[in-house]
Design a protein around this ligand. Structure first.
Ligand code: TRP
Ligand code: SF4
Length: 327
């Protein structure tokens, strides 16, 4: 039986961190066994919000792709490509824009939220309103059955499904697969300061963090504020260090709980142990990433091949769209 297809994307807006691994990348690497996967660098989507400071976007793309490969995305099995290299994404975006009612886009919770939250980025633009339409084009071009996404992206998937139904109805041709979200339960991973992990808070451990920085960052993590001395009994459930153990070393969870609630180990030791785990977790992949970044020819070859393989599929879909809309 032919494998079902998956498409997912990430915006190259900065360094990848362990939140990206837990929330998306680790899942992507697993999905490669069961599905034909298309993994896309969504650089047009990134530019929609980062257009005022886009000079480093090319480096960020290479950096992110090197992380993908180092952490297990396999260019032999999966198609890895950069959105903007394939103008056909914009062509389908146009075709879909024509039939997408403005109301669907204004109603999208991500649109309203982002405009409020990212005031200084001035994303109250024509293109940003159409963000979910471009995302729909990304998905439909590859006839993806499933789109692994986080909960925040569900409204975009709903827009995509509505656009498919409207297209089929208006043009009397069933040419698209109606994509389904693939929601895998992802453990919650807080930032080092206990807030949401975010680039703008600078409260993360990068996927290529150096050992001494991992140590430094983990030692700076916020713990149970009521546990001041080693003799104080701690509350693991309010401590982000404990949250990290739950995510990265669940086998140790009960031991840590016992150290903490029984005041058997101090926070400093507890953190040192976690830092050691993260150093082991990241070290090998950091080396592999460095090796890849030193071989730009290889990275470019991966992206060129990815673009070619993607283009073949995407252009076949677009040919059918042109036919359906009588262009
Ligand atoms: N909007 C997605 C995000 O910010 C990125 C993205 C662009 C995407 N196109 C996509 C995700 C297509 C899934 C499918 O995370
Ligand atoms: Fe957190 Fe560990 Fe300290 Fe408990 S012992 S408060 S889990 S750092």
């Amino acid at each position: 039986m032919e494998k079902k297809r998956i498409l997912s994307g990430m915006r190259p807006t900065g360094k990848l961190h362990i939140g990206h691994w837990v929330g998306a990348l680790s899942n992507w690497t697993r999905l490669q066994d069961e599905y034909t996967c298309f993994f896309m660098v969504a650089d047009w989507h990134a530019l929609m919000s980062e257009y005022k400071s886009s000079s480093n976007i090319a480096d960020t793309i290479m950096d992110n792709v090197a992380d993908w490969l180092a952490w297990g995305i396999d260019p032999k099995r999966s198609v890895i490509f950069v959105q903007s290299r394939l103008p056909v994404h914009l062509e389908l975006f146009m075709a879909l824009s024509i039939i997408t009612p403005l109301g669907w886009l204004y109603r999208c919770p991500t649109f309203k939220e982002q405009i409020d939250q990212l005031k200084e980025k001035e994303i109250n633009t024509f293109a940003f309103l159409g963000y979910p339409v471009l995302q729909t084009a990304d998905i439909l071009l590859y006839q993806a059955h499933y789109v692994p996404v986080g909960e925040d992206q569900l409204p975009h998937l709903e827009v995509a499904r509505e656009i498919v139904r409207r297209f089929h109805f208006l043009f009397k041709s069933e040419i698209f697969v109606e994509p389904q979200p693939l929601l895998t339960p992802v453990p919650r991973l807080l930032g080092l300061d206990g807030r949401k992990m975010s680039k703008s808070y600078d409260n993360f451990v990068a996927l290529d963090e150096e050992d001494d920085m991992i140590n430094k960052k983990v030692l700076s993590m916020v713990t149970d504020p009521q546990r001041i001395k080693k003799d104080d009994f701690g509350r693991p459930e309010v401590c982000s260090v404990f949250n990290y153990y739950e995510v990265f070393k669940p086998e140790l969870k009960e031991d840590v709980r016992a150290w903490c609630t029984g005041a058997r180990k101090g926070c400093k030791d507890c953190k040192a142990c976690l830092a050691g785990l993260l150093i082991d977790f990241i070290g090998e992949k950091r080396k592999e990433k460095k090796r890849l970044l030193n071989e730009p020819d290889y990275l470019n070859q991966v992206l060129n091949e990815g673009a070619q393989r993607a283009e073949t599929v995407a252009c076949a879909t677009m040919a059918r769209v042109r036919e359906a809309v009588h262009l």
